[in-house]
Design a protein around this ligand. Structure first.
Ligand SMILES: *[C@@H]1O[C@H](CO)[C@@H](O)[C@H](O)[C@H]1NC(C)=O
Ligand SMILES: *[C@@H]1O[C@H](CO)[C@@H](O)[C@H](O)[C@H]1NC(C)=O
Length: 310
C-alpha cells in the first residue's frame, strides 16, 4: 500500500483512510508469572503526597512496572472527599516488586500481602475487573444490553502538578461531584519511539495522560447536560497544569469538544488534528490527499484532504 499510507493507518485513524480487513500481529513473549495489585488511599492517608510522588515515579520506574492511578470523588463517613487507587501490573514476581517499590515508592507502603501473582491471561481478566481465577471465556460475553452513557476527555501532563495544585484539584472534584480521573503513566518504551515514527505523537516529554471519566445510567438530555458540563469545567480547571500549544488530546477518547467539522477544510481539521497528532497532522493530510482526495472516508474528526469536493 506504500510506506506513507502504511504509516498513516498505524495510529492515524483508519476511519480517515479506509477499512482494515485483516492484519497480522507480532506476538511478544510474556513471563510465566506476573504480579498485580490495587491499593486505595484517602486524603487522610497521605493521598496528596502519594499522588505528587507518583507523577515522577510512575513514568521513570522499572520498565517492567506499569502503575495506573484513579482519582475519584467519594463519600466517606458522610463526608465528601477524594480517594486515589493505584492499580499496577509488574512483569515479575511479588518479591522483586516489593523490593522495587520499597526503593522507588516507599510512600505507597506496598507489602507482599497487597500483591497477587497470576498468569498473564489471568491478569488480563483482572484488569477488566474480574476476580483472579475467572475463566478467560467470559471475555467472549459482549453483554450488549448493558447500556451506559458516558463522556470522556483527555489531557497530557508534562511537568508534575505541585502539591498546592493537587489540593485545589481535590476541592474542585468534590465540588463537581461525579467526574473521575484516570492517570496513565507514560515513560518507558513510550519515550523511546520517536514522535513522528507513527501518527501517535505523545512520546518523550509526557509524564502521563489524564482521562476525564463520567458514566451514568439515567437517560435524557438533562443528565447529558449535567455530566458533560461537569467534565468540561474540570478540563477547564486543569488548563494551567497540562500541555499547551497545542493542548494535546488522545484520539481514542473521541471528544467532540476538541473540534469537529462538516466542511472538511484543512483549517477545521487542523484544530483537532493538531491536538490528536501534533506535528504529524501535516503528513496525515498529505497522505489523505494522495489516497482519498474525494474524502469518501470521513467523520466529524477525520483527516481532510487538501481540497474537498463533496
Ligand atoms: C503518612 O505519612 C507519614 C509521614 O511520612 C507516615 O508516618 C504515615 O504512616 C503515613 N500514613 C499512612 C496512612 O500511610
Ligand atoms: C447532576 O449531577 C449530580 C452529581 O454531580 C447528581 O447528584 C444529580 O442527580 C445530577 N442531575 C441529573 C439531572 O442528572
Amino acid at each position: 500500500m506504500g510506506e506513507d499510507l502504511f504509516w498513516a493507518i498505524r495510529g492515524g485513524g483508519a476511519a480517515s483512510f479506509g477499512v482494515v480487513l485483516a492484519y497480522k500481529v507480532k506476538l511478544v513473549p510474556v513471563p510465566e508469572k506476573v504480579t498485580v495489585f490495587r491499593v486505595e488511599r484517602y486524603l487522610t492517608e497521605n493521598a496528596t503526597d502519594i499522588t505528587f510522588k507518583w507523577q515522577s515515579v510512575a513514568p521513570t520506574t522499572d520498565d517492567e512496572l506499569f502503575m495506573r492511578m484513579l482519582v475519584q470523588p467519594v463519600t466517606r463517613n458522610k463526608k465528601k472527599t477524594v480517594r486515589i487507587t493505584v492499580i499496577a501490573l509488574y512483569l515479575g514476581d511479588s518479591d522483586s516488586l516489593v523490593r522495587l517499590l520499597n526503593k522507588d515508592f516507599p510512600e505507597l507502603g506496598i507489602a507482599k500481602e497487597n500483591c497477587n501473582e497470576a498468569s498473564w491471561i489471568d491478569s488480563v481478566l483482572w484488569w477488566a475487573n474480574y476476580d483472579l481465577g475467572t475463566q478467560p471465556k467470559i471475555l467472549l460475553d459482549r453483554d450488549l444490553n448493558d447500556a451506559n452513557f458516558l463522556k470522556r476527555k483527555s489531557d497530557y501532563v508534562q511537568t508534575p502538578i505541585p502539591k498546592k495544585g493537587l489540593e485545589s484539584l481535590w476541592k474542585k472534584m468534590v465540588e463537581l461531584g461525579k467526574v473521575g480521573l484516570v492517570f496513565n503513566s507514560y515513560g518507558g518504551q513510550m519515550n523511546r519511539v520517536k514522535s513522528d515514527a507513527t501518527p501517535f505523537p505523545h512520546r518523550a516529554g509526557n509524564l502521563f495522560k489524564i482521562q476525564y471519566s463520567v458514566s451514568w445510567k439515567q437517560p435524557g438530555d438533562e443528565a447529558v447536560k449535567n455530566f458533560t458540563t461537569q467534565t468540561k469545567l474540570l478540563h477547564e480547571f486543569m488548563t494551567p497544569f497540562v500541555s499547551k500549544n497545542p493542548r494535546s488530546a488522545y484520539l481514542n477518547y473521541r471528544d467532540i469538544d476538541v473540534g469537529s467539522t462538516n466542511t472538511w477544510s484543512y483549517e477545521d481539521g487542523k484544530v483537532y488534528g493538531q491536538s490528536y497528532f501534533n506535528g504529524n497532522y501535516e503528513r496525515l493530510v498529505h497522505v489523505k490527499t494522495a489516497v482519498d482526495p474525494k474524502n469518501f472516508f470521513r467523520n466529524e474528526q477525520s483527516i481532510p484532504p487538501r481540497s474537498t469536493h463533496i
